[in-house]
Structures are given as C-alpha cells and as structure tokens.
Design a protein around this ligand. Sequence first.
Ligand code: SAH
Ligand code: SF4
Ligand code: F3S
Length: 474
Amino acid sequence: MDILVQDKAHDESRQGEALLLKPVNEKQADRKLYIESYGCAMNFSDSEIVASILADNGFETTADYNEADVIFINTCSIRENAEQRVRNRLRDFTIAKVKKPGLVVGVLGCMAERLKAKFLEEEKLVDVVVGPDAYRDLPNLIEQVDGGQKAVNVLLSREETYADISPVRLNSNGINAFVSIMRGCDNMCSFCVVPFTRGRERSRDPESIVKECAGLFESGYREVTLLGQNVDSYKWKPETETEEAKPVNFANLLEMVALINPELRVRFSTSHPKDITDEVLHTIKKYDNICKYIHLPAQSGNSRVLEMMNRTYDREWYLERVDAIHRIIPECAISTDMITGFCSETDAEHQDTLSMMDYVKYDFAYMFMYSERPGTLAAKRYADDIPDEVKRNRLKEIVAKQQEHSHQRLLAKVGTVQKVLIEGFSKKSENDYCGRSDQNAMVVFPVSENYKPGNYVNVYVDRCTTATLIGRVV
Ligand code: SAH
Ligand code: SF4
Ligand code: F3S
C-alpha cells in the first residue's frame, strides 16, 4: 500500500498518463507514437524529451494506443508494486501487438535500465529496451526493430543532460512546467534503486535552464518546477573560470531563474537534508516568486535507522535543518517522505518517526512501506525482516498522524488571504477554479469573468476540507 497526499512533482506513484503532441512537420507524420509514463516527475519530464526527439523524426503522438505504430511505456522501479503495475499494463500492449503485427512495443526508463536485455527474455513481445540516458538513440533503435531485430540501449552516461532538446510540453495546462536541472544521483541511500537506474549525478548547463524557463514564461507559463533527485547538490563549473563565467550552485541557479520575471513562480524538488544550505534558504526568502515550500524527505525519525539507510544525517541534523527553515523563512511549508518497516526497525524506532512528525508538523507527506529492491545496499547487507503486517500497521499510524497535521496546517490558513496562481477548473465543478498557494496548498474558489487560468488572485480562505482550502477572491 502506498499513500500519497498532494502534488505531482513529488508523486512517484503517478501512473498511466498518455501524452499528446503535434508533429513538427505534418508531412513527415506518417507514424503514430503512444507514450505512457509511470513514476516520478523526472520520468514525466523525460517522456517530453522522448516525444521531442521522435517528433523530429516524423512521429505524431496519439492518445489512443490502438491507433499507434509505436507504443512506449516509461517505467519506474522504485518499489516492487511500481514494477508490478507496469508489467500488468504491458499485457494490454502485447495483446495489441498480437492483433497488429509490425506494432513496436518499447520499454523505457528505470525498469529498462534495471533489467536490461533480461526484459526481452521475460517479456517476449517487447521489441525495444532503452535506458534513461539513451533516448537520442531511439530513432536508430526503432529502425533496427523495423528491420526485424530486437534493440537494446541501456548505456548510462556521465554527461548526457539533454540540455539542447526543447521538450515538447505534453498534456500541459500551459501554466505549470517541469524543468530538469540535473540527472542521476550520487547518494547511495541503501534502500534506493535510483543510483542504479539513473547513473551518476550531473548538472545541466545553467544557461540552457534559464533559456528554457524564459521561453516557458514567454509562452504564457507562470510556474516552473526545477527537478533533480537532490537539487541542493546542483553544481555547474564553466570550462574556464572568468569574472563572467563562475561556478553556479543551487542558490545561484534559483536566483537566476527567479530573476527571469517576478510573475514566474519557481518551485523545486527534491531537497536533501544533508545538502540544503542556509544560502539556499536566504535565496528563497529574498525572492517573492520563489515558493515558500520545501520537500525535505526524512525517511525515518531514528538515527540508527537513518545510518542503516545511509542517509548521512541523523535525527538531530535533520531537526536542526527544520529549525533553520523556520528561523529564516517562518511561513515556509515543509513536506516529507517516510518509509515504515525498514530492515530491523523496532517499535521504539518507529515511535521516533512519529515524534519527529509531531515536532515538524509537516504540511504534506508521502508515506511508504519498505520494499526491498534487488541490487541495493540494503538488499545485500540487511534482512528484510519486518513482517508486512507490521509495516502496514506502522504505515497506518503515520498516515493517521499526517492527516491530522495536514488538516491542522490547513485550518491555520482559514481567515487568511492567500495568493493563488489559477491552474484551471476544480476537479469537482466548472463553477470553481483551483490553484495553489505559495505554500503549495490547493485552493478552490468560484469562477468569475474577471480572472482566468494563469492569473494570480488573492483568495480569502473561509473554510477547508482535509485537503483543500475553500474561499473567494478579494
Ligand atoms: N531523491 C529523493 C527521493 C526519490 S525516491 C530523496 O532523496 O528524497 C522517492 C521516495 O520513494 C523516497 O524518498 C523514499 O521515501 C521512497 N522509496 C525509495 N526507495 C524505496 C523503497 N525501496 N521502499 C520504499 N520506499 C522507497
Ligand atoms: Fe535515492 Fe537517496 Fe538518491 Fe534520493 S538521494 S534518489 S533516496 S539514493
Ligand atoms: Fe523516478 Fe521511479 Fe526512476 S521514482 S527515478 S521513475 S525508479
């Protein structure tokens, strides 16, 4: 059981959204691509890069896989159930292939990287397996399949950032966009498969990031979320340092993006507790358009468990970073990820997670039962010895606590005015708009002719549900 609360940037259990794009050149568009994405925001952002590479090679995207000549599934390996979901969905695609000979079925992303050519043995009807750093090779690989072969490219790279590719914005509301600022991860959290599926950490040229964000602003976008597994370790070094060309760290990059335009909101994800600096916090404070919201995954509230997880901080360090956030940016919202039932976690250690939650009173949290991943340090070193039932009960406890805290955080906003960027109609009714506050709370209020999606409005909050603020524009 996975539990999620709130927004897309951190929700690595998103699943099955098909993406749509228009071909660059109508005449070339003689083949149709269907692409479905699973996992974290980085994967969704990668699908936009894949769509862009294939658009340049004559592919038009379709939202109906029955019409497609090529079906890609962009996959996630983070927990076993994420992989299971992908395998189930793959059945639908391989059935489609039986009905339509010549249909190309490809597996992209983290599962492709983890399983490599083995995927072709396990799933006989899959034609292409491509890892996250090999998407430029897709047109060749498809050609290889057209020629009757199977094709695999799972080479990881130390350099690839796709910096020069302008992602095609797919299924977009034209207001929020993800912008990848780095790839890979050099941390070795013992539970985590990402360093194996995404390779070494590398940062993208800041100029290309600013150019992409400025372009988005010019086309009407009003919010960018800068993405990386550990944005605080963003580091760019120019080939030769001069007065103009200096190294750029995450605080510098945030400032560069914030300066594009005060009307462009800047969000970022994910921050790592070991790397988030006071300099970053002061930069967040300095600019009104950098959102006062930090996703700072703790994973556990107990120092022994954190050490086994190889998170490289302990409970005290984490709480000191939380205090620093509150000291420098008092209004800042904080969210977390938590894992229950990690190897050898005792009940007393689980209580430490609960007491940490009481201390921080997170605005949101994503909470998971530990799922052993083959090849990780934890799988090699430690027994996955907490029974599922215990993991599940601990999860239920932290979920119940988080629901209380989320509700308290929202209740504290009742009676205040929040600046909201309108994203579109609310899910429930076309009589209401919805959008998020600076602190990332969802806000719902009545539609009016005076404003539209993409506008900022001040909303007086008169009540809330457990997950949403409700109010009216003032
Ligand atoms: N880079 C981010 C997290 C990326 S993965 C960070 O360092 O915080 C997103 C979340 O999935 C993690 O924060 C963790 O809570 C969860 N997760 C990762 N591996 C897991 C596993 N093996 N079992 C359960 N949850 C896991
Ligand atoms: Fe995984 Fe840790 Fe890297 Fe996050 S920081 S992606 S949890 S190894
Ligand atoms: Fe993201 Fe899942 Fe890969 S969380 S990095 S798609 S393993």
